[in-house]
Design a protein around this ligand. Structure first.
Ligand SMILES: C[S@@+](CC[C@H](N)C(=O)[O-])C[C@H]1O[C@@H](n2cnc3c(N)ncnc32)[C@H](O)[C@@H]1O
Length: 253
């Protein structure tokens, strides 16, 4: 059973950089306030959105992955922070045997992505509104995932917001448990400081190893395999920014 849609209600405010966006009209959800409010980008879920059955609002008690991903797919993967859904759209088209769950903290963006996916008619993807890191921790079984994709995660540059980043020191055991042997974590970012943090955190992880051959292989395979396309990637390519794209392989247990 999928979680029911939640009614709109006022919510307490916090120190988010953009505290007056539409997501503030949603009920307070402690899952979205791990180290501070996660979603601060604003985009109204408007009347034109038709997400159909491709959007799940996790609320305070999201369903586990095994209830969201239908059986029969070769691989089940998660994208954390799927934004407007460019990668979910491309991945579900390029890889029909893979089920991709896009987890997005900002409901307006998840609704936009789900609307596009619903319009495509494809059933090998779904959008979930939740805290992706927490979902990996408490809604995914051991080794259930073939891959986790994290593209252009919010860098949260202020020191007081550092706890909101995805790649904090505590993320390695979370990833190592959820990703199966020989599975992958794929990461892309334009932010040199954040990439440095990822290099430090993942470089120190005994359960993972950077795999440059895989980075070349998935890029050659084309859009929707890993890394690309994403909306932020498109913007940063136009701006001429340097983008780092790394694949980390889960070493056998
Ligand atoms: C900079 S945007 C990148 C979006 C997309 N990956 C892209 O490249 O276009 C980061 C997104 O991650 C979402 N986000 C941040 N922390 C999250 C979390 N813990 N779980 C799920 N989504 C998160 C934000 O709401 C935002 O939409």
């Amino acid at each position: 059973m999928l979680a029911p849609l939640m009614p709109a209600a006022p919510t307490p405010d916090d120190d988010a950089p953009n505290p007056t966006g539409p997501d503030d009209a949603l009920p307070f959800n402690p899952r979205m306030h791990q180290g501070g409010k996660l979603a601060f980008r604003s985009r109204i879920q408007d009347g034109d959105d038709e997400p159909g059955d491709r959007l799940v609002l996790g609320g305070r008690n999201p369903p586990p992955l095994r209830e969201l991903a239908p059986t029969g797919f070769t691989d089940v993967e998660i994208e954390i922070g799927s934004g407007k859904g460019a990668f979910v759209l491309a991945s579900t088209e390029a890889r029909p045997d893979t089920f991709l769950l896009g987890i997005e903290a900002a409901q307006g963006y998840a609704a936009m992505a789900a609307t596009r996916l619903y319009a495509s008619g494809r059933k090998n993807g779904l959008l979930l509104v939740d805290n992706g890191k927490l979902f990996l921790q408490d809604r995914v079984d051991d080794g259930e995932l073939a891959a986790v994709h994290v593209y252009f995660p919010d860098p949260w540059p202020k020191r007081r917001h550092a706890g909101r980043r995805f790649f904090t020191d505590d993320v390695v055991p979370v990833l190592a448990r959820a990703i199966r042997d020989e599975g992958y974590l794929y990461f892309a970012s334009d932010n040199a400081a954040y990439a440095g943090q990822v290099a430090r955190v993942m470089g120190a992880a005994v359960d993972f190893e950077r795999d440059e051959d895989e980075e070349v292989r998935v890029r050659a395979a084309g859009p929707g395999h890993a890394f690309s396309p994403t909306n932020f990637e498109r913007k940063y390519i136009e701006e001429g920014r340097v983008i780092r794209r790394w694949a980390f392989r889960r070493l056998p247990r």
